[in-house]
Write a protein that binds this ligand. Structure first.
Ligand code: APR
Length: 237
């Protein structure tokens, strides 16, 4: 399968769905989770990205999220992000689903991004459940809600369910699309990774962009090996 054929599929599609993972942000300098230098190599997910971890050590979890926010605050969208904005402009139907919480798709101009794992720029009160945006960087300590409750990052932790309305829209997009473009995800985490099989069984053509093969590769009609910043612009030509 060539880039040209993948380009033709995208060009003739009525409805395109895109699913991105940490490999989309890697070209903006943000470490992925499971690559060699990935985030989960330095920390164990169970120690930081679970409700139990937060209940046990809120200050440690916040220290990690403050560090990630600081890192992300300096990251800029790359040519691959801009290629997806252009693809959205061209396509009659387009839905961008991301597992990333960094907001880089919105920063590059993508509209109505489905953030199935939430946003690192959102906080939620653990008492009154109010949620708000917060972009203070650098920040210290544990943010608090106006009600005095402890605030937590507005992201989805292991063992938590995805935001229902966002997830429903993501499932609908996977079922309705003609082409699903999957960029920079290892396919390790469900239910997000399940969108690929969902799209495929609904008759969509599936294209993968990744620097290496993944568990999802056997489901792909076309696997393009390379970085998101390099391959995505080529898909527009
Ligand atoms: N371009 C494209 N793909 C890349 C690049 C790049 N420059 N660099 C790395 N990759 C690929 C890797 O080969 C890998 O398949 O990106 C993928 C990153 O995989 P993960 O680190 O597992 O990230 P992701 O798939 O997004 O993780 C899913 O796991 O920890 C949870 O909630 C977290 O949303 C995250 C979810």
């Amino acid at each position: 399968m060539s880039i040209q054929e993948a380009h033709n599929w995208l060009n003739s599609a009525d409805a395109i769905a895109v699913l991105t993972g940490a490999g989309m942000s890697a070209d903006s300098g943000i470490p992925t989770f499971r690559d060699a230098g990935g985030l989960w190599k330095q920390f164990r997910p169970e120690d930081l990205a679970t409700p139990a971890a937060f209940a046990r050590h809120p200050e440690l979890v916040w220290e990690w999220y403050h560090w990630r926010r600081e890192l992300i605050a300096h990251a800029k969208p790359h040519a691959g992000h801009l290629a997806l904005v252009e693809l959205q402009r061209r396509a009659p139907g387009f839905t961008l689903i991301t597992q990333n919480v960094d907001g880089l798709h919105q920063a590059s101009g993508s509209g109505s991004v489905l953030e199935v794992h939430g946003s690192i720029w959102k906080l939620r009160c653990t008492q009154c459940f109010r949620s708000w945006s917060d972009r203070t960087v650098p920040a210290q300590g544990i943010p608090r809600c106006l009600c005095g409750g402890l605030a937590r990052p507005g992201v989805v932790w292991f063992g938590e369910s995805l935001p229902p309305a966002v997830w429903r829209d993501a499932e609908n997009a996977a079922e309705d699309c003609d082409v699903l473009l999957v960029v920079g995800t290892s396919g390790s985490v469900y239910p997000a990774a399940g969108l690929v099989a969902m799209a495929k069984s609904a008759g969509a053509r599936t294209i993968e962009v990744n620097t290496e093969g993944t568990v999802l590769s056997p489901l792909m009609d076309c696997s393009l090996q390379g970085s998101s910043g390099e391959i995505l612009p080529l898909l527009l030509r």
